[in-house]
Design a protein around this ligand. Sequence first.
Ligand code: ADP
Ligand code: MG
Length: 721
Amino acid sequence: MPGPASAHALQLDTPLRYLPGVGPRLAPLLEARGLSRVEDLLYYLPFRYEDRSLRAQISQLQPGIAANVVVRTQSFGLLRTRNGMLMAKLKATDATGVITAIWYNAGYLRGRIQPGQRLALFGTPEAESGNWHMRQPEFELLSESEAEETLAPQTREASLRLGRIVPVYESLAGNQLSSGRIRLLVSRALAGLPKQLPENLPDSIRSRLQLVSRREAFEQAHFPRDGSSLAELNECRGAGHCRLIFEELFFLQLGLEIKRQRVMRQPGILIHPSPAIREKLKQILPFHPTADQKQALKEIVQDMSSGRPMRRLLQGDVGSGKTLVALEAAVLAMENGYSAALMAPTQLLACQHYLVARERLHGYAVELITSQTRRGNNVNKAAVPAHAPQLWIGTQALLHERSGPHFSPALVMVDEQHRFGVLQRFQFLRHGERVPHLLVMTATPIPRTLALALYGDFETSTLRLSPPGKMPVITRMLPMQNSAVLHELMRRHVRSGRQAYVVCPVIEESENSALSPALEMEKSLRDALPECSIGLLHGRQEISEKSSVMQRFQAGEIQILVSTTVIEVGVDVPNATLMVIQQAERFGMAQLHQLRGRIGRPQPRGISPRAGEAAVCLLRSSPDLNPSAQARLEAVQNHDDGFALAELDLKMRGPGEFFGTRQSGLPAFRIAQPIRDQKFIELARAEARAWWKQADAAERRSMIAYMRSHWQRSYGLIEAG
Ligand code: ADP
Ligand code: MG
């Protein structure tokens, strides 16, 4: 059992508060960042490294190039600047020149440095009127001994920051734990741990892949040896990094594999497509499925009739026709006597699915469940016998139905999953004693690497072709000032019989109302285009109001719909072929792509697009965009393939941003980064699968116990399945 420990009796599991220098004040702050054991601190890696090993003489300094000099102090003092700040000023020399060092807000330096002392400085020198200056340099007091390298005894730990490759950490807990402080704590942790640390990777894998030991990995990642490649370290490709990244991904992939195996051991609910049912499907559908839709349905049928629970990801760009596939799967289930559930991320989308399903699926019980319908005004609730198979369509409110007496779908479909981010929760759904089939649909195309990281236990089907009749969408940037141009364009568009969307951001920090951009836009359009009928749609309306606005837009009574991003997903009004996106720079690339997926929808049968007609998406942005925003908008303008865009966005912004940080659903990686570490993900997956297959029962048990106690934070995944 870990307990109070001296600096020499630490274990990886020792609570951090027992690490000398942490104590009861810092411990809770670290805990809040998920660092509770010594091990957690060791997984907190530097975000970059600085080479401070090269020592220069003052005469060799070059402006702007960081360097390390050893000097003797001439004078040191604190001055108060005109604005009242305490500034420390040091003048020092070596055999070749003079240098001045300055620290701001430097009360903490009072009495620390004496004239005549030997000192090492590390910083970026600037030449000012012939004199060398360093601002805010790192410094270290040196002993008087002849050997320059020997540090004063109390500075053994200080040598962590000079004369070597130095790790730089992101500070923690506000600024209470600076990079320097973290460095010190990490070095104490390493000094206090045994020379041999218990290994957590199977030996066979470690030796085959030539991964360094755990101890070695931590040492090299925090305090690289002299002569290590700085470039390699900064790219997280040192031997220490490679091992730690692999390790993290290995446990993730093993978790997914274990989950997959558990699911696969469960009996699946048998859902078969008899010829009669196939015939029925054909009659229900308003059009011929595309080749991709057919293929996806075939794969779904194979899964659902395999005797094992389906775990399938259906991905396809916006407008590729996922809903149709979902409805087919639902009909299959219901024809086999089972219920199905379709979950959507917003009320609006749930509503829309509901309306489509009710229109297409004659003779089936379809029920809408959202938080509002559950509050008692479920106008659409169908009157069906209690045990007849049903299709429930709803928002997350569906999850609350779990306790409901007859809510037990045999097929659970989740639309636009990336917005939920909590796949686990759906997996708790049960069909009586059994696990339901699960189909996850996403229009945010997930690059293969991320799909593997996130859904390692899922098979994928992809819809690549758009259904016939889809119009091309032309995207252009239009500066915010050109309102007159915009109004004229919209007037002409409406006159030609088409409809338009105007999408405005929701600005939470705006003074009066988060909705003000939409409200203002609505008003200005009413003024500028009095002959057009204009509607307003936003997330704060009651569902009945939302659906009435949508229905009027669908029917063409509203010609221009001003809205917030509530229309982002799923909304389907083929006659709307112009979209104006206000303050486009406020949206992510994936989101912009989703939004423009609302226009250029396949035209209903019988109405073919007019010759040469294209849908138009205008990205309106402020004139002084920062370069990265400019680049994002240009990428959206120039690429219409969501998959390409997704890869690009991921590269430009990283996965958290790409999916919207809170919605990402990505496991919280400590070290790994899915894009950067793509190769490791695939390797880890192959190794994890192979290891699990050959492991005996005892090995498996102890691995699960280890993962449960040490990788829980990221991989609660295993539990949920
Ligand atoms: P998404 O994949 O974005 O959910 P939807 O399922 O909403 O796409 O389909 C996009 C549009 O394409 C809808 O208007 C739908 O009616 C239409 N559609 C779907 N499949 C076909 C098809 N096979 N042929 C013609 N139109 C189709
Ligand atoms: Mg959809």
